[in-house]
Design a protein around this ligand. Structure first.
Ligand code: FE2
Ligand code: FE2
Length: 398
């Protein structure tokens, strides 16, 4: 048997031209199955084979798999099948003229595909001292009948190049999978975090006997104010969640004060006011930006723009913006909804009161935003308003 001396192989220049044609396409391709198709195509042209395929080990399924054409689903064979299995096991190439006269040949795929294999070359794909797959060329075409040693050398060249490419593609795929897992975990953590904040907010609401879903409406309105104020989506979302905790400190107020119907005595009132300091104290040691903002809101949502609020009599921009925003939403909701000590105000009176508080209780710009978009802000207090759709509308008298 001789493997050399056949004419009409591609010249080195033609091989180089093919490599230059394929290299940019291969470098730009990141999907493994498309890479396999591209490299098999390159191999087929360089060694002039009728068929070429690049088999890779699937360690999870203990199989070899390949993709031979776009749109055709992948092919799979056992690790030990035929010449490919031989090369995989021994790390040796195979070069045969007539497959049917070689005991290593597995004729099942010919039978299955109605094909007739004659000449075959296989070359292990090695990377970092391990065999990761096998490059296989079947049936020489053109003037020659068999593959030559030169073809085998060229198959080796393409195999080395392919192994490196595949290695980096596998690494990139692993990294991508890992990044996706991390992203999923981060999302899970984030939603657990938000869920806990919501539950904490609801606990404080439950304790303080607020009328249905006060904190949710305050959060929605705060977010809307933040949007019109020009804050980023991320800040709007932080304000939403942080506002859920604005009255967290009420968990520290005794029931006899919190649930008292009628007027509070002076000492009860100062006890009640301490909820802002309690809330801030509970939240202020947090390392997350969100809970730090929640601490700002809890501690300063009863401050007033003109410095007459509590607990620190902060004035103007000394009051954190998030707390200035939440304070508008909190008062709007308190006026528009009934409480145990009062009925809900009419829309006109609420609007009038908010307008009157511009520059005294509230930052002027925030009241301007509220007035400019009044119908939108007040829609949640109307039958069929936004909160009705979410089942969150409180009992409100018109
Ligand atoms: Fe409060
Ligand atoms: Fe509140």
């Amino acid at each position: 048997m001789s493997y050399q001396g056949y004419a009409a192989d591609l010249g080195d220049g033609e091989v180089a031209a093919l490599l230059f044609e394929y290299m940019p396409k291969i470098a730009a391709e990141h999907k493994m199955d498309s890479l396999l198709v591209l490299m098999a195509d390159l191999g087929r042209k360089i060694v002039q084979a009728d068929r070429c395929s690049l088999w890779l080990i699937d360690e999870e399924r203990n199989e070899l798999w390949t993709k031979v054409a776009h749109g055709v689903s992948e092919l799979r064979i056992p690790l030990s099948a035929g010449f490919v299995g031989y090369s995989l096991k021994t790390g040796e190439p195979v070069l045969v003229e007539d497959a049917y006269r070689d005991s290593r040949f597995d004729r099942r795929s010919d039978i299955k595909n109605g094909y007739h294999t004659t000449s075959v070359m296989t070359m292990p794909l090695e990377s970092d001292d391990r065999v990761m797959g096998v490059f296989q060329a079947i049936n020489k075409i053109g003037d020659n009948v068999f593959f030559s040693k030169k073809d085998l050398e060229r198959l080796k060249l393409i195999s080395v190049y392919s192994a490196k490419t595949i290695e980096s593609a596998i690494r990139a795929e692993k990294l991508e999978r890992y990044a996706k897992q991390l992203e999923r975990k981060a999302e899970e953590l984030e939603s657990a975090h938000m869920e806990l904040i919501r539950i904490l907010g609801e606990v404080s609401e439950f304790r303080s006997q607020e009328v249905g879903d006060h904190i949710h409406r305050v959060s929605e309105i705060s977010k809307m104010l933040a949007r019109y104020y020009g804050l980023s989506d991320e800040q709007q979302s932080m304000i939403y969640y942080a506002s859920l905790l604005h009255d967290l400190g009420k968990v520290g107020i005794p029931d006899m004060v919190l649930k008292k119907e009628g007027r509070l005595t002076e000492s009860e009132y100062s006890q009640m006011k301490s909820h802002s300091v309690i809330g801030r104290t509970l939240l202020r040691d947090s390392k997350t930006d969100l809970l730090c903002m929640a601490a700002d809101i809890a501690g300063a949502h009863h401050e007033r723009w003109n410095g007459t609020g509590y607990p620190d009599r902060l004035k103007g921009e000394e009051i954190p913006l998030s707390a200035r925003i939440c304070s508008v939403a909190d008062v709007l909701d308190a006026l528009a909804c009934p409480r145990c000590y009062k009925t809900a105000w009419s829309e006109a009176s609420v609007k009038e009161e908010m307008k009157k508080s511009r520059g005294t209780h509230f930052q002027p710009e925030l009241v301007d935003i509220l007035m400019d978009h009044w119908d939108e802000f007040f829609s949640c207090y109307k039958p069929n308003g936004a909160f009705v759709k979410n089942g969150l509308l409180p009992p409100v008298s018109e």
